[in-house]
Design a protein around this ligand. Structure first.
Ligand code: CP
Ligand code: NVA
Length: 311
């Protein structure tokens, strides 16, 4: 890929996404290999994680490399020491950094001062690794991307931003329905529109649930209260009333629609438990695909060479 860092899904080109998807499929079929032997990843996390941490650690291990997890209490990004110093110290020790943070600018600063690749493992603005796994899952389930209809129901948050861009780049029609005040970021929507001109994707962002769900092949939702927004929980519960993905909403989509969620879910809020337990739900395949998609990213970024292999 033609980028040092992966801070936004738009750091990748549509061609990069296509190649990463086929690499992820290949790596998923092959399992373990040693292409990243001798390479080390530092995971710098300011927020909790299950999937992202485990999938990054295992991705390195299964490709012959190592990962070091640095918890919020250890590093104190910008508190115990400046982000610029953390970046330059880590760059002397490891080959790549994956960082989960609050403000996206922390990632921008890390990437600026580290002369090694920096990967966004979730910020308040984007979750690009999630979007790659999402697109991989959609491709596996539907056998195509271009022309599919995806309905995103809920908060116009980090996952929505990356997913919208990824859909626009790959030709998936993306329709986001959110309550007033929680629509997807205008600048991200404009950026997605520009990609859609090339890919032919149709995009919608508004409050109309029916417009989003009509003919949907994929129904996607995420929490109403993201990490760091806990103080707003009560207000959000009121504001999002009617936007829960439940049997009634699912019946408005295509009968073969798959149901997706990045997890963890706040059951009884953005989704009811039965819906994520039903046969249309692909949430655990989606979670597993974090591993395969990130292996492809890490191998590409670190130029993993395999004897007799393509990389
Ligand atoms: N979907 C996701 O990023 O999960 P974690 O917060 O558990 O890493
Ligand atoms: N929007 C959620 C995603 C968690 C994977 C959050 O930022 O908390």
């Amino acid at each position: 890929m033609n980028t040092k860092d992966l801070l936004s899904i738009s750091d990748l080109s549509p061609d990069d996404i296509g190649r990463l998807l086929s690499d992820a499929i290949e790596l998923k079929a092959r399992g373990w290999n040693s292409c990243l032997s001798g390479k080390t990843l530092a995971l710098v996390f300011e927020k909790p994680s299950l999937r992202t941490r485990v999938s990054f650690e295992l991705a390195m291990k299964q490709l012959g490399g190592e990962a070091l997890y640095l918890s919020p209490a250890e590093v104190g990004l910008g508190k115990r020491e400046p982000v610029a110093d953390v970046a330059r110290v880590l760059a002397r020790f490891v080959d790549v950094i994956a960082c989960r943070t609050f403000g996206h600018d922390t990632l921008v600063q890390l990437a600026k001062y580290a002369d090694i690749p920096v990967i966004n493992a979730l910020s308040d603005l984007e979750h690009p690794c999630q979007a790659l796994a999402d697109i991989l899952t959609i491709y596996e389930k539907k056998g195509e991307l271009k022309g599919l209809n995806l309905a995103y129901i809920g908060d116009g948050n980090n996952c929505a931003n990356s997913l919208l861009l990824a859909c626009a780049m790959t030709g998936i029609n993306c329709r986001l329905a959110s309550p007033e005040g929680y629509l997807v970021d205008k600048a991200i929507f404009a950026k997605a529109k520009a990609y859609a001109e090339d890919s032919g994707a149709e995009l919608y962002s508004g409050t109309d649930l029916k417009a989003a769900l009509r003919g949907a092949d994929v129904i996607y939702t995420d929490v109403w209260t993201s990490m760091g927004q806990e103080a707003e929980t009560e207000k959000r519960l009121k504001d999002f009333a009617g936007f829960q993905v439940n049997a009634k909403l699912v019946s408005m989509a295509d009968k073969d629609a798959i149901i997706m969620h990045p997890l963890p879910a706040h059951y009884g809020e953005e989704v009811d438990r039965e819906i994520l337990e039903c046969p249309q739900s692909v949430i655990f395949d989606q979670a597993e695909n974090r591993l395969h998609a990130q292996k492809a990213v890490l191998r590409d970024m670190l130029g993993g060479l395999e004897i007799g292999g393509r990389h």
